[in-house]
Design a protein around this ligand. Structure first.
Ligand SMILES: Cc1cc2nc3c(=O)[nH]c(=O)nc-3n(C[C@H](O)[C@H](O)[C@H](O)COP(=O)(O)OP(=O)(O)OC[C@H]3O[C@@H](n4cnc5c(N)ncnc54)[C@H](O)[C@@H]3O)c2cc1C
Length: 310
């Protein structure tokens, strides 16, 4: 169990022995419901929200409508299709898994019935490739979404696809999902990103109240920025890695260690390279004492030298 005082072990006894681990989830949900009725509290717990979110995900079939470059290493891809008529974003960091044709094919090998459980049974050359990307913009009246894809070379299938994407190319989107969840009492924010987290950070800054103190720390290479909405209470630190390969600097954590949090109940959100965010997480949790529910630092990608358990 986790509460504002930290983590506590809890022993739960069920009436019947469980024979299948899948039976655990409904029993846990029943237990959560029972605990809430006894406590008299309202609202939902994070486990209930997670399950609701996962059961609400589906696969949308789209096509590339347009491609344009924000700067040489960031490509905006506009996707559209009537299938998106039922799509609805979850929060400013809403992300979707972009499912692409397998390498050496141009057609999708999946349809709306796609589920991850099917993948192990698919022939290797039929398996879709792809990665998670953030919804940068959504135009429901036109059934269109924009995503911003970092071009980091041809080593990754998603980046290689983005470099060659053309209007008409088929793309499936699995989702949506979200990790942005500021506690109700949040009085300020510390936002962290590299280029991959920048689309979500831009969306978050677009909706924070004008008077909420926000500190944003963003690592980019040279002038490769994205326009962010300035508010009177926002300070943005742009960190320039000056040609060093992405994921190899300690710029973000080095700066965060020198900063004071902008409030008493600061929510810390971040999206970026795994090792960089692990260093920030250690600092804000262990040194600054922010509780687990006030910290959403998500590893958006992993540099080849980052330990897998980061
Ligand atoms: C919730 C979420 C939201 C995300 N939103 C975005 C987004 O809006 N825009 C975006 O561009 N990315 C976003 N990402 C990150 C993206 O999913 C990863 O960068 C992903 O690894 C790209 O897949 P790939 O097929 O190109 O490379 P992979 O096959 O995953 O990796 C191949 C190689 O490329 C390296 N690599 C991967 N990404 C990068 C990078 N960005 N820079 C340098 N080297 C890299 C890896 O270390 C590996 O060595 C998001 C990730 C998550 C989890």
């Amino acid at each position: 169990m986790v509460d504002p005082d930290g983590e506590h072990p809890a022993r739960i006894e069920f009436d019947e022995p469980l024979s299948d681990p899948a039976e655990l989830q409904p029993l846990m949900m029943q237990l959560v419901g029972k605990a809430r009725r006894v406590s008299g509290e309202d609202g939902t717990t994070s486990i209930e929200r997670e399950v609701t979110e996962l059961t609400g995900t589906r696969t949308f079939l789209t096509r590339v409508l347009a491609v344009s470059d924000v700067h040489p290493h960031l490509r905006m891809v506009t996707l559209g299709g009537v299938d998106l008529v039922t799509f609805s974003p979850l929060g400013p960091d809403t992300f979707l898994y972009v499912l692409l044709p397998p390498p050496s094919r141009t057609d999708l090998t999946i349809d709306q019935s796609f589920a991850w459980s099917q993948v192990p049974d698919m022939a290797e050359d039929e398996r879709p490739v792809g990665a998670y990307y953030t919804l940068r913009a959504w135009r429901p009246d036109r059934c269109e979404v924009d995503i911003l894809m970092v071009l980091h070379g041809d080593t990754g299938p998603a980046s290689a696809w983005a470099a060659r994407a053309q209007p008409g190319d088929p793309v499936a989107l699995w989702g949506p999902r979200t990790a942005y969840e500021p506690p109700a009492a949040t009085d300020s924010m510390l936002l962290i990103a590299d280029e991959t987290g920048l689309p979500a950070l831009a969306n978050i800054l677009a909706l924070v109240p004008d008077d909420m103190p926000v500190v944003a720390v963003v690592e980019v290479d040279g002038p490769d920025r994205l326009e962010l909405r300035p508010t009177p209470a926002t300070t943005i630190h742009w960190l320039n890695r000056r040609g060093a390969p992405a994921g190899t600097t300690t710029l973000i954590a080095d700066l965060v260690r020198t900063l004071d949090l902008p409030g008493e109940r600061t929510y810390v959100w971040g999206g970026g390279e795994s090792r960089a965010l692990t260093a920030v997480r250690r600092h804000v949790r262990d040194q600054l004492g922010r509780p687990r529910d006030a910290v959403s630092l998500v590893a958006y990608w992993r540099h080849a030298t980052s330990p897998a358990d980061d």
